[in-house]
Design a protein around this ligand. Sequence first.
Ligand SMILES: Nc1nc2c(ncn2[C@@H]2O[C@H](COP(=O)(O)OP(=O)(O)O)[C@@H](O)[C@H]2O)c(=O)[nH]1
Ligand SMILES: Nc1ncnc2c1ncn2[C@@H]1O[C@H](COP(=O)(O)OP(=O)(O)O)[C@@H](O)[C@H]1O
Length: 192
Amino acid sequence: MEGKLIIFSAPSGAGKTTIVKYLLAKHPEKISFSISASTRVPREGEVNGKDYYFISQEEFLHRIAKKEFIEFEEVYSGTFYGTLRSEVERIWATGKHVIFDIDVEGGLHLKRKFGEQALAIFVQPPSLEVLEERLRGRGTDSEEKLQERITKAQKELQYADRFDVILNNDDLNKACATAEQLMVDFLSEKNN
Ligand SMILES: Nc1nc2c(ncn2[C@@H]2O[C@H](COP(=O)(O)OP(=O)(O)O)[C@@H](O)[C@H]2O)c(=O)[nH]1
Ligand SMILES: Nc1ncnc2c1ncn2[C@@H]1O[C@H](COP(=O)(O)OP(=O)(O)O)[C@@H](O)[C@H]1O
């Protein structure tokens, strides 16, 4: 059985992981997280097979060759991320819908591929300055990586209007409540 796809995309630091985690905690019976494969080094507290499937670049390239990805990207120089077909099928087989935390290009790629079966939400930070503050506050990236994320964010913000919905994440509680409503409405639509 095929379910639906709920896609959250945004520049790094906009708050998509926080919002996705909120929805997963609140609706575990409806949705399940698409665990991406990544060649990134795990952050403090991240668990292999829960946050990501952390794999080597060699294995990633091998899986590209075997056509195991629905989409993949070199999101930051030298770091690959990708959605495994097996992951989406595994979740659908449990009767749940799939929720994604994925970069802007990847989100648009999935939307193009799945059309009405997917809801693509762009999480909009109040400003680039606030985005930078949030990234610094999170404290997970070196100055170099932070600058790379901010440069990429400037480009990504221009793609917001290609998404089905733009979700403002100024007040986190409001953003979570709106995201929940959007999701519940979309999942209750029958004809897609
Ligand atoms: N295209 C694509 N992007 C992904 C995938 N998984 C994660 N990403 C994105 O890669 C970027 C980097 O993720 P991460 O290193 O976890 O840091 P974050 O930016 O703080 O969430 C984020 O924009 C993620 O949403 C994937 O499977 N495909
Ligand atoms: N509305 C908000 N107001 C203030 N801080 C926020 C808000 N949303 C998220 N954050 C914080 O900003 C940082 C980046 O959020 P995160 O969810 O990791 O973003 P992303 O997954 O888009 O990179 C985290 O430290 C998070 O707690």
